[in-house]
Design a protein around this ligand. Structure first.
Ligand code: URA
Length: 428
C-alpha cells in the first residue's frame, strides 16, 4: 500500500491506531527527508493529543532504532548494564555510579548527552576534567569495556545512533510537543536499546525540578519505558526518585565532578551516596551478578580505582585541578531558623544563569560556574551565615542568579516533614 504523510497524520488525528507499515514508512521517510519537518511536527502534535497504544509505541521505537546503527556487546566477557536519568538538578549520579558498577563486575556502556536548560549534562560535567574527551569510536569504546581494570565508559552518542530521534527531538523542542509520554519514552528508549546494553535501570525524577511534576505522570512514563525495554529484550527496571530539591550540595559542572570524587572517596552528601548505592544495587541485580554489595566497593576504594582508570582511558587527568570560576559571591541568611524549602528548579535556573548550562544547542558552558549549597532542607540556619556560594566567570550574571535563588527557598521556625528520596520502583 502506498502511504502519504497526510494520510498518516489524518489517521492519528482522528484517533485511529497506526499499523506497523504506516509507522515504519513514516519514520523511514522522515529519516530520508521525504516526509517534511512540518509534516512530522503535525504528526507529533497528533501523538501528543491522541497518545499511542503499547503496540504502536513498540513499533515506533523499533523504527527509530532502525533509522541508524544498533550496537552489540553480547560478545563481551561481562554482562552489560546501563542507567538513564530523566534529568534533575545536581544529578551527578552517573559519575560515581558507572565506575562503581564496573567495580562490581559488570560492563557499563553509557552513552550520554550534553545539557540543555536547567539540568546539566553528564558530558558537560566530565569535560571539565582537563584532557577528558567525550568522542570515542566504537572500537575504543569496546576496548575500554573489555579492559578488566576499567569496564565503564561514558561517551557521546554518535550521529548514527537513532538519527530519526535526533531530528524529531529538535522539532519537538520548538513545536510544543516534548510533553508526551509516548514521545519521551520512545525517544529515550530508542537510544538506550540501540546502544546495545543488556540491562537498564531508569531513574525517573518526580517533582518541581523534573520533567514529570507529579507521581502519577512519572509512574506512567516509567511504566511505558519499562515495557518498551522488556519488549525489546532489555531487562529494565525503574526507580522513581524525588526531584523537588537538588541532589547533593552542588549544581554546576566542575563543582559536581568534585562532589562525585568525594563520594568515590567514601564521603559526599548522604542523598548522593544513598541514590548511587540504590541504583548500583539495581544495576548489579539486573546484570545477574550475585553476592556483591556495591556499598562495599564504594567503601573500600575499588570504585575510586575504576573512576581514575576510566577518566585516564578517555584522556583525562584525574589528578589535575578542576577549573574554578573567576568570581564568587556568597548569599547569607537574613534570619535564623530552619531551611524549610529549597526548590530544585530555582537552583537549576540560577546555575544556568551563572553559565553552567546553555540556552541553545552548541553554546559553550562555563566549567567552573554553578551554585554551592551550604544548607539543605531541614538544616538549621543562622542569620549572617552563608546559605549559597555562586560561582561564575560572568560577574554581570550574579544579580539575576541571586534573585532567582531568593525566590527558591524559605526559612521558618518548624522543620519540614522529611520525604523519602526513593518514591517507588517499577519492574520485576
Ligand atoms: N530526553 C530525551 O532523550 N528525549 C525526550 O523526549 C525527553 C528527554
Amino acid at each position: 500500500m502506498t502511504h502519504t504523510a497526510v494520510s498518516v497524520i489524518a489517521a492519528k488525528r482522528d484517533g485511529a491506531e497506526l499499523d506497523d507499515e504506516q509507522i515504519d514508512w513514516v519514520v523511514d521517510a522522515f529519516t530520508r527527508g521525504e516526509v517534511a519537518d512540518e509534516q512530522m511536527s503535525a504528526l507529533a502534535m497528533a501523538i501528543v493529543l491522541r497518545g499511542m497504544t503499547r503496540r504502536e509505541l513498540d513499533r515506533w521505537t523499533a523504527a527509530m532504532i532502525a533509522s541508524g546503527r544498533r550496537m552489540d556487546f553480547t560478545d563481551l566477557p561481562r554482562p552489560t548494564v546501563d542507567k538513564h536519568s530523566t534529568g534533575g538538578v545536581g544529578d551527578k549520579i552517573t559519575l560515581p555510579l558507572a565506575p562503581l558498577v564496573a567495580a562490581c563486575g559488570a560492563a557499563v556502556p553509557q552513552l550520554s548527552g550534553r545539557g540543555l536548560g536547567h539540568t546539566g549534562g553528564t558530558l558537560d560535567k566530565l569535560e571539565s576534567i582537563p584532557g577528558w574527551r567525550a568522542d570515542l569510536d566504537p572500537a575504543r569504546m569496546r576496548s575500554i569495556l573489555t579492559d578488566p581494570e576499567i569496564g565503564a565508559v561514558i561517551c557521546a552518542a554518535g550521529a548514527d545512533l537513532a538519527p530519526a530521534d535526533k531530528r524529531l527531538y529538535a522539532l519537538r523542542d520548538v513545536t510544543g510537543t516534548v510533553e508526551s509520554v509516548p514521545l519521551i519514552a520512545s525517544s529515550i528508549m530508542s537510544k538506550k536499546i540501540a546502544e546495545g546494553t543488556g540491562a537498564l535501570v531508569l531513574d525517573v525524577k518526580v517533582g518541581s525540578g523534573a520533567f514529570m511534576k507529579n507521581f502519577r505522570d512519572a509512574t506512567e512514563l516509567a511504566t511505558a519505558m519499562v515495557e518498551l525495554g522488556t519488549d525489546a529484550g532489555v531487562r529494565t527496571v525503574a526507580l522513581l526518585t524525588a526531584m523537588d530539591t537538588p541532589l547533593g550540595r552542588t549544581a554546576g559542572n566542575a563543582l559536581e565532578v568534585a562532589e562525585s570524587v568525594e563520594v568515590l572517596a567514601g564521603g559526599g552528601p548522604p542523598d548522593v551516596v544513598e541514590l548511587t548505592v540504590a541504583l548500583a544495587r539495581e544495576m548489579v541485580a539486573q546484570a545477574g551478578i550475585r553476592d556483591v554489595d556495591p556499598a562495599d566497593a564504594l567503601a573500600d576504594g575499588r570504585a575510586m580505582d575504576r573512576w581514575r582508570a576510566m577518566v585516564a582511558a578517555q584522556g583525562g587527568d584525574p589528578d589535575a585541578p578542576l577549573p574554578r570560576a573567576r568570581h564568587t559571591e556568597t548569599l547569607v541568611a537574613q534570619e535564623s531558623g530552619v531551611l524549610t524549602r529549597l526548590d530544585a528548579m530555582a537552583v537549576g535556573l540560577a546555575a544556568w544563569r551563572l553559565g553552567a548550562g546553555r540556552a541553545r544547542q552548541g553554546d559553550p558552558v562555563q566549567f567552573g560556574a554553578g551554585v554551592e549549597m551550604h544548607c539543605k532542607p531541614g538544616d538549621s540556619v543562622t542569620a549572617g551565615k552563608p546559605l549559597f556560594t555562586l560561582h561564575t566567570d560572568s560577574e554581570a550574571a550574579i544579580p539575576a542568579a541571586i534573585a532567582t535563588l531568593r525566590a527558591g527557598f524559605d526559612i521558618g521556625p518548624v522543620p519540614p516533614v522529611a520525604h523519602p528520596l526513593i518514591l517507588g520502583r517499577i519492574g520485576l
